[in-house]
Design a protein around this ligand. Structure first.
Ligand SMILES: NC(=O)c1ccc[n+]([C@@H]2O[C@H](COP(=O)([O-])OP(=O)(O)OC[C@H]3O[C@@H](n4cnc5c(N)ncnc54)[C@H](OP(=O)(O)O)[C@@H]3O)[C@@H](O)[C@H]2O)c1
Length: 254
């Protein structure tokens, strides 16, 4: 593929970003290089359509430099709703390098009848809220957020990860399961039946890939401590890959 071809840069690491790369390669084949950027946290990420670069840029200044060199026609921020740092950097760098930016953000989940959600601001508020529940906790949080629960030595935690943690979990009592989503409702029902948690702690990530745990929790009458999203990135925002294609077509022409 010619490196002279104009590019679109997708900041990824989510299933929506993977679907977007697939869609962009299909729709703009021969006219646009589709480059996905991954932080490099997952040892063996699911293969992506188009080109892939891995690793941080070196802050907003590094991303700005990268954008000035690549001169992409657009930057699509399709990162996870809780990946606030890269989104902030993307907003600053795209503005500085005058690259049009669009946010692809999955809609948040909405509670339905039978849900018992307790909404909290962050992981340490979630740890405090656990005081009202039994000792067995299904904790579906990533990396460093787990540290907020380290003082709860009388609680038992069930943790599920894609890759083995690089450091020992800072929890007195924990069981680790290695598995990669998306998880089906049957998987989540089985997990609840096998481990009998008293409460589920999760983030308001939204998206289909991890929603079945909420349905299984509802069925089992399990309370859910839901950590709210950080403020969304500024600027134009869409909810699905099709809307990104429309936005790009409106800027690039047919
Ligand atoms: N946070 C989550 O819960 C979550 C869940 C699922 C997937 N992810 C994905 O995992 C990645 C890392 O998440 P995070 O919460 O650690 O992000 P973060 O806290 O917002 O970002 C931390 C640093 O990681 C690098 N980075 C993040 N996303 C990148 C990307 N797509 N391409 C290149 N560098 C990236 C940047 O390093 P530099 O400053 O050096 O550029 C950034 O400053 C994101 O791409 C996100 O979409 C996150």
């Amino acid at each position: 593929m010619s490196t002279q071809m104009p590019a679109v840069l997708v900041l990824g690491g989510t299933s929506e970003a993977r679907l977007l790369a697939e869609r962009l390669v299909r729709e703009f084949s021969g006219s646009l290089r589709v480059i996905s950027s991954l932080a490099g946290r997952t040892a063996e990420p699911v293969p992506l359509a188009g080109e892939v670069r891995r690793g941080g840029f070196g802050g907003a200044a590094g991303l700005e430099r990268y954008l000035r060199e690549l001169r992409p026609r657009a930057l699509i921020d399709a990162t996870h709703p809780f990946a606030a740092v890269i989104s902030r950097n993307a907003a600053a760098a795209a503005a500085a390098a005058a690259v049009p930016r669009l946010v692809l953000a999955r809609p948040p989940w909405q509670p339905t009848k039978g849900d018992r959600w307790i909404e909290v601001a962050d992981a340490s508020a979630a740890a405090t809220a656990l005081g009202a529940f039994g000792p067995r906790v299904w904790l579906t949080l990533g990396g460093t957020d787990v540290a907020a629960f380290s003082g709860l030595t009388d609680r038992w935690f069930l943790i599920r990860r894609v890759d083995p943690p690089t450091a020992v979990l800072p929890l007195a009592q924990a069981e680790l399961i290695l598995a990669r989503g998306p998880f089906r409702l049957e998987d989540e029902r089985r997990l609840i039946a096998a481990h009998r948690p008293d409460v589920l702690v999760c983030r308001a990530s939204g998206g289909a890939a991890t929603a079945p745990k909420l349905e299984a929790a509802r069925e089992a009458g399990l309370p859910v401590i839901m950590i709210c999203r950080p403020p969304p990135p500024p600027g134009p925002t869409v909810e699905n890959p099709g809307q990104v294609v429309e936005w790009l077509r409106s800027r690039l022409g047919p």
